[in-house]
Ligand binder design. Sequence first.
Ligand SMILES: Cc1ncc(COP(=O)(O)O)c(C=O)c1O
Length: 411
Amino acid sequence: MSIDTFDYSKSKALFSRANKVIPNGISGHFNPLVQKPNGTYPHYCERAEGSRFWDVDGNEYIDYMCAYGPMILGYGNSLVDEAFRSQLGRADTCTLASPVMVELAEFLVDLIPMANWATFAKNGADATNMAVLIARTATGRRKTIAIDEGYHGASPWMQARERSGIDPDDHSDVIRIPWNDTAALEQVLDDNENNVAAFISSPYHHPVYMDNILPADGYWSEVHKLLKQHGVVSICDDVRAGFRIDMGGSSEYFGYSPDLICFCKSIANGYPISAVLGTDSLKEAAGAIFQTGSFWFSAAPMAAALACLKELRRIDAPARIMDTGRKLADGLIELARDHGQELKVSGMPSMPYLRTVHEDGIEFHQSLCGECTRRGVFMASHHNLFISAAHSDADLQRTWDVFGDALKALR
Ligand SMILES: Cc1ncc(COP(=O)(O)O)c(C=O)c1O
């Protein structure tokens, strides 16, 4: 029996209204035109609960994008939402910071082995910008080394050079090197002696439109040996992977200890907050930089973060999510094989990147993800997926049924 495909009339109508008053209808990475083939994805969500959301046409989806990472305990988690509401009832954005900020910092310093302090912002890019300023202040140097295709946010120095509005000068202090290439790192450090403030990288390589790559054996220890020799600050950008691999930060899992860690996405199950954590040696520099924002001290997201982190630790969420991700991938690979296709799954099981090896290149995989989505399993084709603690065995079974049906439809 085949599975019915969805109708998106209300989504489409809303999108044409949006196009009149919002550039592109929906900006940034939520713009539906990123999701190909056009017409296979919905545009607007009506409500969300657990591992699922419902679009404005009433279609129900198992969500494997989790709001691109923030959702980790399931939408509408009662513990997190209650903590948020309770703080909201006392004070949120106010003229003074709230005590919950101190509690959250204490909790994080306890949770993350390398951390002696924590400071807060809103978005991932706030955190990565702050980390670089701290490194520059501590070292008195300008340059940052980053990985080719490594994403750290939408500030000009972080964006791809070819994007609109980006000037070559925005990148003049950024040196890009390939992932897993310690020889390139050594060369750049030698060529820029006493000029490099920071090395910023995610704990493993999770670019878009490409297979994700884990660190080679010995990579992180060699990187840290070189950074130490050259007096360079190590920044772990754990904005995307944070708490989906290890409750101590993903660097713990990969066996290294950075000087600064940036968290965001999943830290508060969808409420807006990010954090930079650091070692004692960088505390003075962190206190010296000027970084702030209108909403950076809002207390309700901090209360949500505290509740979320406690719950993630209580249920050992990373282990559970990795296990679900492994089962999901094994089932999908087997189904693809049964239908004469090869599905390649890369990266960490809790954030798997899927690619169908096909003579039509990415187009076949795009069609496959589009066919899954319009049957109720939402997955992007160009980005790693996200698994949450709310994804159940029943979700997996339904996902496999839909995936098989989508493969059949494409035969
Ligand atoms: C690894 C990484 N760093 C930084 C960011 C930027 O976070 P934000 O979009 O919240 O500024 C992202 C966002 O996707 C990310 O994946």
